[in-house]
Design a protein around this ligand. Structure first.
Ligand code: 2NL
Length: 343
């Protein structure tokens, strides 16, 4: 029995020495020291021994158990440490690596330009007005001094829903509706941004769907000089304080007189491809609201006068950012869109 115990001790210590992980170590503990283990078995069989042998074997069995226990604890500590070290080595983080950049979105360049223009006019006391894209012939044409059969209608061919309902060809119907709501009482001072539609063939500078921003001021004593001063402030704020504007006579059915408005080119008049060597770039159309338009909207044209202007944000954005094809705004190429990240 003595030999058996010594053999068990040697065997257990050897296995413990060779254990490579905590699970194996626990298996060894259960196998040798557990209730069904060989040492417990030896102790149970003590009754069969002679009284002289009993204390000797008892002592030895306890010593063997203690020796195995001590060895187990030593090895467990070693393996635990090793496990932590391996874990740390595997999870090493290089804190000096640069972080991943945070990806942020940005406004569409058209939205950015429209909002910039809106803010500029809000700063001059205007409010923003919006209206339907599916519009009545009356508000899109008739109320703007374009009766049925008027030749100027040909320039703004639309998409028709019915004979009397169409997709608006400009944002002017929003202004006509707003004036009507005022019931002949000024002042009206609004900016109307929105989507408009025209039957047209798409190319680098034309689109059947595009954006427009129109402005309208109606009050007593509104004069051409008010229009000119307003547009001068607008052009300088949008393109730079060193820019000038110039008005050329033009025609629109809803304004009289009508003007075409140019901003001086950034080339300073030396001549470049943007201004086609003229030193001037056309940016919008404008004029004094036609008395017929005021009267149809319920204003007394002897008491009230007004000015109005209209521009295309696509064209403004193309000039501001040097974009060469209007279709870039609608085709959603992320490489194009990402370039217009405002600070
Ligand atoms: C252009 C020209 C213009 C207007 C729009 C307007 C609206 C009302 C009354 C009178 Cl309700 N006028 N709008 C006036 C002149 C020019 O737009 O070239 N737009 C892109």
């Amino acid at each position: 029995m003595e030999d058996r115990l010594k053999q068990l001790q040697a065997e257990a210590l050897e296995k413990i020495e060779q254990a490579e992980d905590l699970k194996t170590l626990n298996d060894i503990r259960v196998a040798y020291l557990g209730k069904k283990g060989p040492i417990t078995e030896v102790l149970r069989g003590m009754g069969k021994l002679s009284p002289e042998e009993r204390p000797v074997i008892g002592q030895l069995a306890n010593d063997v158990r203690a020796a195995i226990q001590v060895k187990l604890e030593e090895k467990q500590e070693k393996l635990s440490k090793l496990e932590v070290e391996q874990k740390l080595a595997a999870e090493t983080v290089d804190v000096t690596l640069p972080g991943r950049p945070v990806r942020t979105g940005n406004h569409h360049p058209l939205t950015a330009v429209i909002e910039e223009i809106e803010d500029l006019f809000i700063g001059m006391g205007y409010t923003i007005a919006e209206g339907p894209e599916v519009e009545k012939d009356y508000y899109n044409f008739e109320a703007l001094n374009l009766p049925k059969g008027h030749p100027a209608r040909d320039m703004q061919d639309s998409f028709y829903i019915t004979e009397e309902i169409l997709l608006r060809t400009h944002t002017s119907p929003v202004q006509a509706r707003t004036m009507e709501k005022h019931e002949g009482l000024g002042p009206v001072k609004i900016i109307c941004p929105g989507k408009v539609y025209r039957r047209d063939n798409d190319d680098a500078t034309h689109s059947h769907q595009f954006m427009q921003i129109e402005g309208l001021v109606v009050d007593e004593n509104i004069r051409m000089s008010d229009l000119k001063g307003t547009l001068e402030v607008f052009a300088k704020k949008l393109f730079g304080e060193d820019r000038k504007i110039r008005l050329r006579p033009s025609f629109f059915p809803f304004t009289e007189p009508s003007v075409e408005v140019d901003v001086s080119c950034m080339c300073g008049g030396d001549g470049c491809s943007v201004c086609k060597h003229t030193g001037w770039i056309e940016i919008l159309g404008a004029g004094m609201v036609h008395p017929n338009v005021l009267e149809m909207a319920g204003f007394d044209s002897k008491k009230y006068t007004g000015f109005a202007f209209g521009m295309g944000p696509e064209r403004i954005a193309m000039l501001k950012y040097g974009i060469d094809d209007i279709r870039h705004f609608y085709t959603n190429d992320i490489r194009f869109l990402k370039q217009f990240n405002r600070a």
